[in-house]
Design a protein around this ligand. Structure first.
Ligand code: TYD
Length: 213
């Protein structure tokens, strides 16, 4: 008998919205229920993903000028898509084995963040991401920028270039504006109030998955 394909769930939101925490909680929940699952994230920990991370946290030094450089949103848009195309191969392999995949950020992040450059339209981001895995469900954690900045202050990680009030406000707007267009190509998006307790947010995600579980 053919194995049922594994579920593919994406958790999205601006920096500090709690995507990593909720992705981990969902992974633990599925494992506890005996549903084989893998937790993954973007940018990935593979070479292209690592290059992106180094750029976002200002760790790339130009060998020519010896100065710190960061890639443009146009370059990042393509790098994220390249990272994702490679990532999709392992996502599809897991799903084919019947393993569920939970991904901390995916294509909706590219639309919301890279279109900070007004020359990058959502349509273009969708275009370059065609051929990547299609999620069964995407959850968008909604947390006001002010609250996210408070949460980010308490983190030890090197901040990314996006962790600034004005930028996060634009990214937040981009997420809202992109939802419908994303849904048409990459499946349903459910917005969740991310200001509730971690447990309540987790339960809202489980409720949202309803028929899939
Ligand atoms: P990370 O340290 O993983 O942040 P978080 O823990 O909040 O997910 O850094 C990922 C950063 O990359 C985050 O600021 C969002 C950004 N990003 C994009 O700009 N485009 C994308 O397509 C993805 C997947 C992430």
């Amino acid at each position: 008998m053919k194995k049922k394909r594994g579920l593919f769930v994406v958790i999205e939101g601006i920096d500090g919205a709690g995507t990593t925490t909720q992705a981990k909680m969902l992974h633990a929940y599925l494992e506890n229920r005996g549903v084989e699952s893998v937790l993954t994230n973007e940018p990935t920990d593979e070479p292209v993903g690592k290059l992106i991370r180094d750029s976002l946290s200002g760790r790339i030094i130009s060998p020519k000028t010896n100065k710190r450089i960061g890639f443009s949103e146009k370059a990042l848009c393509l790098l994220f898509a390249a990272d994702r195309i490679e990532h999709s191969a392992s996502i599809e392999a897991a799903r084919d084995r019947g393993t569920a995949v939970i991904c901390d950020r995916y294509i909706l992040s590219s639309i919301a963040y890279q279109s900070l450059d007004p020359a990058i339209k959502p349509k273009r981001v969708i275009e370059v991401n065609k051929g990547c895995s299609i999620p069964d469900m995407t959850f968008l954690l909604k947390v006001p920028v002010k609250e996210c900045l408070k949460r980010l202050k308490n983190r030890k990680d090197v901040p990314t270039v996006y962790e600034k009030k004005k930028l996060l406000e634009s990214i937040d707007r981009n997420y809202e504006n992109a939802r419908r267009r994303y849904r048409d190509t990459f499946g349903p998006v459910v917005a969740i109030d991310g200001t509730a307790s971690q447990g309540d947010v987790h339960r809202a995600i489980i409720d949202g998955l309803g028929e899939y579980l």
